[in-house]
Write a protein that binds this ligand. Structure first.
Ligand code: G16
Length: 564
């Protein structure tokens, strides 16, 4: 019998994908992720999900094939909601149930039941449109075809292949399509470069004497960001970008001892960087260019780096935005609150304690969520301007829908009443930030341009920026366990609920170290438990992390902990 919702009932695809299924995955921190050769069937199901999401909302949805910072042998799939953000968390249990469906009959039953519960319209005028993107992983092409088949299986769905993109580009395109704005890759590059130019043109003449070096060296993790940043840099003036680890044949392997994840965790220069880079401002992207961390190679050994991580990027952004709001609220040199703005900062437990202290000293409202940009993004939306960053370099600045018209009308008012005033320039700077920085998701390319514009505005070198505060020494380890879901946490992942007794041991170890802090959490992108420790000395942080990792291992481990 033909099912009114599904085309595939009459076709062999569904059975074929189930036949191929070697492992079942769960929708984790950033979608389904794992060894690429095991993923075809899961990606096919993600295609079905994306089509249903588009039918339900009547809007364009995105589907990205990427495993971001994971090794090249892995891949993954995530769905972008019509807003351009991550797929609503309400649908994650459905994603998991599809992924776990034991056979084709159950899968069809699940879809039919869910469609009924969610009132998903089929067969009428409503059609689904899904933008597909993939990074440069060799397995991407096959998985993209699997996603297309999943989309084709739902009546009234159309898949549009946008080609090889960074993850943030696809999210940006989805958002713009739903806002009925120009959304091609060219439009993306054009908007970023013109917004960057507007910000740089608004730099007061006095700071230009202290302008930082125009040269920036980029480590593109041998991922998709390499070619994209080369394209973007053709439209930029006043910034000399050299790209290394760009992904060209012979340059190295994706994410192998290169990229933001490696530099942030190891605090070593990526391959291709060394003593010749001492004195230069360097930045590392991750494999799909949704994260960035800055660094400078230290002269001591030409290999260690002074890391300027997501926390410091966040601090720089917060400082700049706060300064513009202060200028805006200054009347004839005096403080006023004529234009009140709710500014909020969102971090996770991985944020270095020194960064949180610094942000609080600036008088900012700092809140915490569990790891995963989907949580941080949602929290940041509660503010007029919400700035969120994970220490690993994933973050952005959100300008709320309600706030943008206020900012625009303030700009119009000032341009007619006090054109050329400092207040008007501050508003123009905020408007330029709102178009430069990706409103859908963290984006290494737009984040990098904002950092560069702010450093020029402040007349700061990377050393000056790094001195904002001194990081507390920290260490991250990962422990391979039989079942990472055996760990259950609460309080934004800072307290272990299960297995019972483990949190008490973490507390006991932590108490031995001045400024000690430690937590554990199951990774949502790898089969491991992550361990984080902080203390007043590096030796203290290292030994606290080791002690906690050993307790995790005793409770549920398989293999000794490794540095991550
Ligand atoms: C993804 C998420 C990030 C998260 C990271 C690590 O990043 O988008 O929010 O911090 O995974 O997650 P976990 O510690 O759970 O493995 P990406 O850049 O890999 O997509």
């Amino acid at each position: 019998m033909r099912n009114p919702i599904l085309c595939f009932i009459e076709r062999s695809d569904l059975f074929c994908f189930f036949y191929l299924e070697k492992k079942k995955f769960l929708y984790g921190t950033a979608g389904f992720r794992g060894e690429a050769s095991m993923l075809e069937s899961t990606v096919f199901k993600a295609g079905i999900m994306a089509a249903l999401r588009s039918l339900k909302t009547g809007l364009v949805v995105g589907l990205m094939i990427t495993a971001s910072h994971n090794p090249v042998s892995d891949n993954g799939v995530k769905i972008a909601d019509p807003s351009g953000g991550m797929m609503t968390q309400d649908w994650e249990p459905f994603a998991d149930s599809l992924a776990l469906a034991p056979d084709p009959e159950h899968l069809v039953e699940l879809i039919v039941q869910f469609a009924k519960k969610e009132n998903i319209p089929f067969g009428g005028t409503q059609s689904a449109e899904i933008l597909l993107g993939r990074d440069t992983r060799p397995s991407g092409e096959v998985l993209l075809e699997a996603a297309k088949k999943g989309i084709d299986a739902i009546i009234g769905s159309v898949a549009i292949n946008m080609g090889i993109l960074t993850t943030p580009q696809l999210h940006w395109m989805v958002r713009r399509r739903n806002m009925e704005m120009k959304a091609s890759e060219f439009d993306y590059f054009a908007l970023l470069s013109t917004s960057y130019r507007s910000l740089v043109d608004l730099i007061p003449a006095k700071t230009l004497t202290g302008t930082p070096d125009v040269k920036l060296t980029v480590d593109a993790a041998n991922g998709v960001g390499g070619e994209k940043i080369k394209e973007l840099s053709k439209l930029l003036t006043g910034l000399e970008i050299e790209v290394r680890n760009s992904g060209k044949v012979g340059e190295g392997t994706l994410n192998e001892k290169v990229g933001a994840d490696y530099v942030q965790k190891e605090k070593f220069a990526p391959l291709g960087f060394g003593p010749r880079d001492v004195g230069t401002r360097c930045v590392s992207l991750d494999g799909d260019a949704d994260r960035l961390v800055y660094f400078r190679v230290l002269p001591t050994d030409g290999r260690s780096v002074d890391l300027v991580d997501g926390d410091k990027i966040l601090s720089l952004f917060a400082l700049f935005i706060k300064e513009q709001l202060t200028i805006l609220n200054k009347e004839n040199g005096n403080e006023s609150s004529e234009f009140p703005v709710k500014l909020g900062i969102v971090q996770t437990a991985y944020a270095n304690g020194a960064s949180t202290e610094y942000l609080k000293q600036l008088g900012l409202d700092v809140v915490f969520t569990p790891t995963g940009v989907k949580y941080l993004h949602e929290k940041a939306l509660e503010y007029d301007i919400g700035i969120y960053f994970e220490a690993n370099g994933h973050g952005t600045i959100l300008f709320s829908e309600a706030f943008m018209p206020r900012l625009e009308s303030k700009s119009a008012e000032l341009s007619s009443v006090t054109p050329g005033s400092e207040q008007q320039k501050a508003v123009l700077r905020l408007l330029a930030v709102s178009t430069l920085i990706n409103q859908a998701v963290g984006d290494a390319l737009s984040g990098l341009l904002l950092v560069e514009a702010i450093l020029q505005y402040l007349g700061w070198s990377i050393e000056r920026w790094s001195e904002l505060y001194r990081d507390l020494p920290s260490r991250q380890l990962k422990v391979s366990v039989a079942d990472r879901n055996a760990i259950v946490t609460t309080n934004a992942e800072t307290t272990v609920l299960k297995p019972s007794g483990l949190q008490e041991l973490i507390n006991y170890e932590t108490a031995k170290y001045p400024k000690g802090r430690s937590f554990i959490r199951p990774s949502g992108t790898e089969d491991v438990i992550r361990v984080y420790a902080e203390a007043s000395t590096q030796e203290g942080a290292d030994s606290l992390a080791q002690a906690v990792a050993q307790h995790v291992d005793c409770f549920l481990g398989m293999i000794p902990p490794v540095k991550q």
